[in-house]
Design a protein around this ligand. Sequence first.
Ligand SMILES: Nc1ncnc2c1ncn2[C@@H]1O[C@H](COP(=O)(O)OP(=O)(O)OP(=O)(O)O)[C@@H](O)[C@H]1O
Ligand SMILES: [Mg+2]
Length: 451
Amino acid sequence: MDNLAQRLRQYKPSVDVKPRIRAEGRLVRMVGLTLEAIGCDMPVGSYCNVETARGDFVEAEVVGFASERTFLMPVGMAEGLKPGGRVIPNDKALNIPVGPELLGRVLNGIGEPLDGRGPITTKDTTSLHGKIINPLARKPIRETLDVGIKAINALFTVGQGQRIGLFAGSGVGKSMLLGMMTRFTEADIIVVGLVGERGREVKEFIDEILGQEGMSRSVVVASPADDAPLMRLRAAMLTTSIAEYFRDQGKKVLLLMDSLTRFAQAQREIALAIGEPPATKGYPPSVFAKIPQLVERAGNGNEGTGGSITAFYTVLTEGDDQQDPIADATRAILDGHIVLSRRLAEEGHYPAIDVEASISRVMPQVVSEDHLKLAYSLKQIYALYQQNKDLISVGAYNAGSDAAIDQAIALMPRVKGFLQQNLKENVDIVTSYQQMNLALNNQLQAKGGES
Ligand SMILES: Nc1ncnc2c1ncn2[C@@H]1O[C@H](COP(=O)(O)OP(=O)(O)OP(=O)(O)O)[C@@H](O)[C@H]1O
Ligand SMILES: [Mg+2]
């Protein structure tokens, strides 16, 4: 795994040529990343090998057509392509190999190993596009999932099968928080998708965050920013397919995707390249269709199967703009969002969770009445303090003029202390509840956090 970064850069797709003479086409045009071929008889979504000047092949996917022209997009590097190059369908189905053999492995966007530990042979295969679950057959979210972060466990309790967004501008601590959850979450299997982020972080994530122990229950799919857009897109889909496979085996799966924004941007690159008009802030409509298609695949399985996929997706809010179209679209379809605040990060308050802006939509269904009440009262105290912060900090607030504000001022140092957590510290859900109670001066003398 030493030269993983190097391997990531040098990746070339394996070529499996099974010619079907009838459908063979010719390359006639290449603009940017889009290839145009004529004479192909291939449906959208199928794969082919395109001949290069060196005589080898580049793998490409059919992404669209216009009358007799077929639009293709290379999966890996598009180097050495030439006019008139042969376009040969390769019969590679969208089925991808899955099985327990994947545990501990690092794959690229098309499921090939990046870790230099030999080929992966599995018995089962699954579809890259997943299968649709009837919404009425899905098991409801009823149980908590301990993520080991006290602010989340206490205030935004996560349910098994919930899908949550982690929203923040760049460098506010999204990846670090995901890393903490990877180490602490009580899950059977962890599937991590590192999509379109820095290549350097892939190795760091594997060596430092997961470590040997974490890796034994994890599968990592990595497609860094310099991969072709199709590869990044497929990495996100592959990550989800692998999570689905383990869920259908009855496992409690944690899916982490860093980042959903890069997935959307990969789709934007592809859609614009084949001529789809941009709609919202340069994003074509197909982007807004792809996001729910991906995200809806996570969650609980059918009633009776037992498995679940609890998913965290990081969403980059450009310039800390919460109205970013991708942030907007994802906020509406996820079951909760955790917003990280740049102001808190600048104060050195980590994890920089913005208590006022974050929400877990399933929390009322998974925690006890007492827990919910306590969480609400902490949020109220926090919000009240923030509203009056300016007055308080310039000394314009007179103690004794409002009992609620007095109480907020008195409790705030402990509340702030409670919300911060060391990178190496794992706080379970019951302890999180007890510490929240303590921070609020034992407002409720209740016991136990879970319902
Ligand atoms: N819990 C934490 N404790 C201490 N420092 C932290 C913590 N979280 C983040 N940081 C600091 O913030 C920096 C950026 O964090 P991170 O890489 O997680 O941000 P990000 O939101 O993923 O950024 P990007 O959008 O660029 O990927 C870290 O390098 C670290 O210095
Ligand atoms: Mg990051």
